[in-house]
Design a protein around this ligand. Sequence first.
Ligand SMILES: [Zn+2]
Length: 135
Amino acid sequence: MGTLFTLGYDEWDIEEIEAARIECDAGIMDIRWRQFSPRREFQLEELLKRWEGNYLEVPQLGNTAISGDPRICDLEKGMKILGQFLPTNNVILLCRCASLEQCHRGMIAEEARQRFGCEVIHLSPPKTVTPPTFQ
Ligand SMILES: [Zn+2]
């Protein structure tokens, strides 16, 4: 059984994610509802180009709620897709949200842990950004 990692890319550089992906020996599963971002490198075409063969967008596991409690697009279909990869692959669930508590990825990971018995590891950004001080 593979390990399930989660990552919210807001405080990551794309190169840092690439390094984590290699270290985790994992494929990326993008669970955003929409694969759009003002950061060009996180738009669907760019991600497909960069991680061809190691990247899959699964909007079925996306959160369709604008605010409040997460509403998963199609949990059953999404879990079926995840279940095809997890037995033989490590997977990184990718979302944007920096905060794990405010992101639906925690809930998806917990659901997967219960269904598949996989280990879950939540990844944190490699560096902490300290705001500049002005004197
Ligand atoms: Zn999120």
